[in-house]
Design a protein around this ligand. Structure first.
Ligand SMILES: [Fe+2]
Length: 542
């Protein structure tokens, strides 16, 4: 295998800002035609193979293994990234009647969305933890309806009409690949052509927290790209995500290095947060407030008021990371707001921001995670003492966002594995997977086969049940941990037969990473029995 081609600092900065990059894999040109023809036959004659599209068209592995795709994934997710079992071919069939420009525009707007997670919901996230590869095996000019992206919307909770107006086509020749943040807004284009169009997506997951840049880094200083497609300037949000990706322990190092402009009076900046002030002035004032760090404590109440449903989506994310930059003086107000959010959701089952497509965690949880280690003891108190499920879920999520910084929260999180709420347990398993350090294996291993009242009978989404997601989350955790999971080899081998295919897929990955002869044998035995003969189709069964 050729060595991966890693992203440059500039490409990483562009990815953090706009949420996507486009490139062409260096594979033989005729490969795309072979894949295209095969997909045409499948889409015309068979049921869409769904997650099985890769074994159905295994030639696509050459795209996924090429130096450009591997290099891009290593750059944004780290060298030990995991392949998610969800993949999908999104086909557009040849059109019979060309839609009018007005109809095309309306359909494109309607198609705009952020993806749901699978098998069940997972929190939307700002940092680079999930990424998507989109591949076109055919020439994809705008007329064939390539996927559109909405730059910068990976930090959004939902899409506005203003966002939908900005959807832009990722057009290109056969073989074009785009790398996108999982949560970016996007849309299927509308074809005007009498030939097939396919977009095949593949999902990847970060396995471990960044401790150093994993791209071809020459300089870890944050630099705003010269050309930005995102609608709003969120410099302090981007520099925070950059510092996290660089593995800096202080995720505001870049912001502090630039420091506040002495000519900006804090009082005036706070005054600018009033709803009557125009959006761009509010946003630039928030960025300037963030540069004042803890000295901007008087801005806390005004910023907290902009969180959650009250503000414009860009104001919300700007406020989250300004509160994070203020740090300790923001903690009490954020904790209070999170308590109140739990109280408001107490009579909703599930809490209203919890969807089994994607979970919209409270803005206060993102802000407490941005504050960093200073917020840990308050988050642990919420986790241990709050009677409200939604508050406990958000506290667990925020702790998980701190990765190994939150090691001291491990005992409290482990206690929550006995919670009766599958939503709490799912969030806690994810958090422990991120924290990794000092997590006892045995209570987490029990989550590979756990079952509690209602968890195996309540179908939540696409006929998946709570146990399916909890077992998947536990198997994912062990796949992330690599050789740290050696003592659970037997449980992982048993998990290969879980009725939910996602569990077996992650357990297989976990076994593969253990590297023991017995784990290798179990993994290979499973794979050999699952081996798919891609030369068989609906007309030729043997
Ligand atoms: Fe989608």
């Amino acid at each position: 295998m050729q060595p991966p081609i890693l992203l440059t600092d500039e490409q990483m900065q562009q990815y953090i800002v706009d949420g996507y990059l486009v490139f062409r894999p260096s594979v033989p040109d005729d490969l795309h035609g072979i894949i295209y023809e095969k997909l045409n036959r499948i889409i015309d004659n068979e049921v869409n193979p769904g997650n099985n599209v890769l074994p159905r068209v295994p030639e696509m592995r050459h795209i996924l293994n090429c130096p450009e795709v591997r290099g891009a994934l290593i750059s944004v997710l780290g060298p030990d990234y995991l392949e998610h079992p969800h993949r999908f071919c999104h086909p557009l069939k040849p059109v019979e009647e060309v839609p009018s420009p007005k109809e095309r525009e309306e359909r494109l707007h309607k198609n705009c969305h952020q993806d749901g997670y699978t098998p069940l919901g997972h929190p939307r996230h700002h940092r680079s933890r999930y990424a998507r590869i989109m591949y076109y095996p055919q020439d994809s000019p705008e007329e064939i309806g390539p996927t559109h992206v909405i730059p910068g919307t990976q930090y959004n909770t939902g899409l506005s009409d203003e966002d939908r107006e900005r959807a832009m086509p990722v057009a290109g020749e056969a073989g074009t690949v785009s790398l996108t943040h999982f949560d970016i807004g996007h849309a299927a284009g509308v074809s005007q052509l009498k030939r097939h169009r396919h977009m095949i997506k593949f999902i990847y997951v970060r396995a471990s927290e960044p401790t150093e840049p994993t791209w071809a880094s020459a300089d870890t200083t944050w630099r705003k790209p010269t050309s930005i497609k995102s609608a709003h300037d969120l410099d302090h949000v981007w520099s925070h995500c950059w510092d996290w990706s660089c593995g800096k322990r202080d995720r505001y190092e870049s912001l502090k290095a630039s420091g506040p402009d002495p000519s900006d009076a804090l009082d005036t900046l706070i005054e600018n947060l009033k709803p009557s002030v125009d959006l761009e002035t509010q946003l630039s004032s928030i960025t300037k407030i963030a540069t004042h760090s803890e000295r901007a404590a008087p801005a806390v109440d005004s910023l907290v008021r902009l969180l959650d449903d009250n503000g414009h989506k860009a104001l919300r994310v700007a406020s989250i990371y300004a509160l994070g930059a203020i740090g300790e003086p923001a903690i009490d107000a954020l904790v209070d707001a999170l308590r109140q959010a739990g109280q408001r959701e107490a009579s909703n089952d599930p809490p209203s921001p919890w969807s089994e497509g994607a979970i919209l965690m409270n803005d206060t949880a993102h802000a407490l995670a941005a504050v960093g280690p200073a917020a840990i003891s308050s988050l642990v108190t919420l986790l241990e003492q709050s009677e409200h499920e939604w508050t406990r879920i958000n506290a667990a999520f925020a702790l998980g966002e701190l990765d190994s910084h939150a090691t001291e929260a491990v005992p409290a999180l482990v206690d929550c594995l006995s919670d009766g709420s599958h939503r709490v347990v799912r969030t806690v398993v994810d958090a422990l997977g991120n924290i990794r350090s000092s997590v006892p294996i045995e209570p987490v291993a029990r989550m590979l086969s756990v079952d509690r009242s209602g968890w195996d009978t309540d179908e939540l989404h696409r006929w998946w049940r709570p146990v399916d997601q909890i077992h998947t989350s536990a198997a994912t955790l062990f796949a992330k941990w690599g050789t740290d999971a050696t003592v659970v080899e037997t449980e992982l081998t048993t998990a290969l037969d879980d009725p939910c295919g996602h569990v077996g897929s992650f357990a297989l990955n976990a076994l593969q990473r253990l590297g023991t002869p017995t784990a290798d044998r179990a993994a290979l035995d499973f794979l050999m029995s699952q081996r798919w003969d891609a030369s068989i189709d609906h007309e030729r069964l043997f």
